[in-house]
Design a protein around this ligand. Structure first.
Ligand SMILES: [Zn+2]
Length: 270
């Protein structure tokens, strides 16, 4: 009789625990969190893992300059695979308030400030409707060389929806300048990081939120100064995608080289 009583009690306890677990899962489901976990496990981590592509010049001269025909092929491939190009700003907002994407998305960026950005990229980005970001360094714009952008063209691109962001004043390797407790080093870093933001904000009459490290190189004190200067995020050339459930300050970018096959580009974006 005593054994039967113990059996009944343990059965009732198990039933209570099962009901409690079910109700808890229902609550979590109603908050959308279980849906997130379910999506993460079963659909694809690609919805949480966002690649940022990084290009430089598009005149087809050199290892980091693809020709505009190849860029068109990349843009077309992204479209054919149903991958949505989102503004860099939208990715950063998603990092700050993580939520899963319903479709595969990608971000496209260009560095430095070559003349081809105005003559070739601007019409192509408009044709495809892609919201690209251009990180410029101030000296290249001030050089007055036909190979580079001018302030006038940069302002026109800004007005036509190209997102312009900061990439230093003179494009040095910041890790070579960075010396602890050296006032000259701090002053130089201050110019390359703070002054660059202020100059672009003055010339473009808008807020600059993002910084791309020249040559993708940085150390902890550089990251610290970038944060203190008021940038919301900084961008390296470390390979890999960005997981939106991990809110990193430094984001990675896939640096596209001119010898990459279309097959390899497909591997990077899918
Ligand atoms: Zn650069």
């Amino acid at each position: 009789m005593k054994n039967i009583l113990i059996l009944i009690i343990s059965l009732l306890t198990s039933l209570t625990i099962a009901i409690a677990l079910y109700l808890n899962e229902f609550t979590v489901l109603s908050q959308g969190r279980m849906a997130w976990l379910h999506k993460d496990r079963e659909v694809s981590s690609r919805l949480l893992s966002i690649p940022i592509l990084l290009y430089h010049n598009i005149d087809g001269k050199g290892p980091f300059s693809i020709d505009v025909g190849s860029l068109r092929e990349h843009f077309q491939l992204i479209k054919d695979r149903g991958i949505r190009v989102i503004p860099l700003r939208e990715l950063v907002q998603r990092l700050e308030r993580p939520a899963p994407y319903e479709d595969a998305v990608i971000v496209i960026t260009f560095d430095d400030g070559y003349g081809s950005m105005y003559t070739k990229l601007l019409p192509l980005a408009r044709e495809f409707g892609y919201p690209v970001t251009l990180f410029v360094y101030c000296d290249i714009i001030s050089m007055k060389s036909s190979r580079n952008l001018t302030w006038d063209r940069l302002r026109r691109m800004n007005r036509q929806g190209i997102d312009i962001q900061a990439h230093s004043i003179s494009h040095p390797d910041l890790t070579e300048i960075s010396k602890k407790d050296d006032p000259a080093s701090r002053k130089r870093l201050y110019e390359e990081i703070y002054l660059c933001k202020k100059m672009l904000e003055l010339y473009l009459d808008r807020k600059i939120d993002f910084y791309a490290f020249p040559f993708g190189r940085y150390d902890l004190s550089i990251v610290d100064m970038t944060m203190n200067a008021g940038y919301r995020r900084a961008f390296s050339t470390d390979y890999g995608s960005n997981i939106i459930t991990r809110d990193n300050f430094c984001l990675r970018r896939h640096h596209i080289k001119s010898n990459y096959s279309l097959h390899y580009i497909e591997h990077l974006i899918r």
